[in-house]
Design a binder for this molecule. Structure first.
Ligand code: GLN
Length: 266
């Protein structure tokens, strides 16, 4: 088996350590003798380079990098990304990337950066004087609608919680038909008002969780690997169980620190 991961704008959209998610996916495949190819998709890349990817990843960035990327993302790569996501390609899009998959991101200066319009959402930065949404975050997963296409029927992870770190000024509001990834137990989440965090649309997940999110949430990492491999194989792919005591210790320590004990098998 081989997993081809398309990493969008690795040089520009990885301000908050989100490259750690690529490392997590790569190692969790290699530890299972699954071949991994990481394709860096940069400003110079042609959109067609995305066509043989089994999974897409894009990380977060400041407003400045978002402005640099937005033109190329929308005109050069956007139509192909939309076609792939609508065709159930799995992907993980963190913070600024999550914002970009909505209709627009309105920056602190009131400049509207158009998005891809794939996710039914919009994001507005309330201005530099308002509190930034920064800190540890715990999310209770409420959405297991991410399916592995016709193949794996993959449900979202077995445990109830995701832990991470958030750092965003933008407030994201989901449209009526777009389900959140989960509900905020500790932290701000999408906008600090409606207790929603992230979104799930077909096999694409948007989230504000940095950290990076996958090393401390091995269940989510494996869910995404399984989803991508099963869709590629056209049938459910079983993943060999890994020795994850360190990962779960990191996960549980954050839950304990925030006075929660997640039950992994609830
Ligand atoms: N610049 C965006 C905001 O402040 C996204 C930040 C990020 O990717 N962490 O909301």
């Amino acid at each position: 088996m081989k997993l081809v991961i398309g990493w969008l704008y690795p040089d520009l959209m990885s301000t908050y350590g989100d490259r750690g998610n690529i490392i997590s996916l790569q190692k969790r495949c290699q530890w299972r003798d699954i071949e991994v190819e990481i394709k860096s998709i940069t400003l110079e890349s042609k959109g067609e380079e995305l066509l043989d990817c089994d999974f897409l990843f894009m990380g977060g960035a400041q407003d400045r990098q978002q402005k640099i990327v937005s033109e190329d993302l929308r005109t050069n790569k956007g139509p192909i990304i939309k076609h792939l996501i609508e065709g159930n390609l799995p992907g993980l899009f963190v913070c600024a990337a999550y914002q970009f998959f909505g209709r627009y991101y309105r920056s602190a200066e009131g400049e509207e950066i158009p998005g891809l319009g794939i996710f039914d959402l919009e994001t507005v930065h309330p201005g530099k004087t308002k509190t930034r949404c920064i800190g540890n975050i715990v999310v209770r997963i409420t959405n297991n609608s991410a399916k592995g296409g016709s193949a794996s029927g993959g449900q979202l992870p077995i445990t109830n919680y995701l832990v991470g770190f958030e750092n965003h000024g933008g407030r994201t509001y989901l449209g009526r038909n777009l389900k959140p990834l989960g509900e905020v137990v500790v932290g701000y989440g999408n906008n600090g008002e409606d207790r929603k965090e992230g979104c799930v649309y077909k096999n694409a997940i948007g989230t504000y969780l940095h950290g990076p999110v996958l090393p401390k949430n091995p269940h989510l990492a494996d869910f995404l690997i399984k989803l991508a491999l099963s869709k590629k194989a056209g049938g459910e792919v079983e993943l060999k169980k890994l020795e994850d005591s360190v990962e779960w210790k990191a996960h549980e320590s954050l839950l304990a620190k925030l006075s929660l004990k997640g039950n992994k098998n609830e």
